[in-house]
Write a protein that binds this ligand. Sequence first.
Ligand code: ATP
Length: 328
Amino acid sequence: MHKISKIGVLTSGGDAPGMNPCIRAVVRTAIYNGLQVVGIRQGYKGMIENDMYDMETRSVSNILSLGGTILKTARCNEFRTDEGMETAYKNIKAHGIDGLVVIGGDGTFTGALRFSQKHPDIAVIGIPGTIDNDLYGSTYTLGFDTATNTVIEAIDKIRDTADSHDRLFFIEVMGRDSGAIALRAGISCGAEAILLPEKSTAIDDLIKSLKEGQLNKKSSSIVIVAEGDKSGGIYDLAKAVQKEVKNYDIKVTILGHLQRGGSPSSFDRVLGSRLGFAAVNALIAGHSQKMVGLSANFIKLTTLEEALTEHEFKLEPDLLKMMEVLSI
Ligand code: ATP
């Protein structure tokens, strides 16, 4: 176990609200403990292109309420190659960095683990920063709460117009492999149906339940479709349903990138601060190749290997069942 003296911090993959409070906590916890901190811009790209700068306490002033990430983020294919990793290693060694905090999703962790296995002299701690809430080892990931709140706010507004016109809205939300946002938003907004990547829904069943809703005098209906749903795309789905459900005027809305933006919620500010604080303390305690997460409201360390291989993160069965019951 070597003593850490200088930490590099980066954000990588998709941006997520809460990354800034997390960066702030990393920087200030490190400085509080007498360590130096280097901010690495644009994730692994900044390591390869040597785009890094010394951070001080005041470098992270007034960023708690900002969405996105002040360090910028990127997807960097060069880091997947041995040459890219070697260049990155040389650059961070030249800066005297001996500990890395990487904030991102599973791709970011895969890169961090490979890098640290090649270069065990650089200790690495991962922080789950992704709106998808799909990492094993943490009940919540950074950004999920804010993104879900953003979705809810948008759907509430759509519900107003849907109700006024007897309309059926199909609303696409983010989640290529994870239905976490769709499920929470569906329950929070009283959606009539939620289509998830984790669960196949027969179109006939959907049509049947929408028709039943009409018979039960529902004046509007909302169907939430996660990006990764396997029913063939939201437009085709809406067309197929329109043929059968004639009394509703069907509209499609794709919420898109607005879901990533916005000021982090209180939950994500606190979560980001906790995880940033915990990540630096884990490095100081000599840990490496681990992820800091939240489990039963306590900080938990999970090996990156486990976080990556055991990603059988399942949606809560009670929420799935409740959805059917409460939408009658
Ligand atoms: P999100 O969940 O928001 O998509 P992510 O971290 O999963 O975030 P990715 O684009 O999958 O986002 O990964 C981020 C970066 O991690 C990649 O651009 C690449 O630089 C690095 N990375 C991913 N997989 C590997 C790998 N197998 N080897 C090395 N680096 C990798």
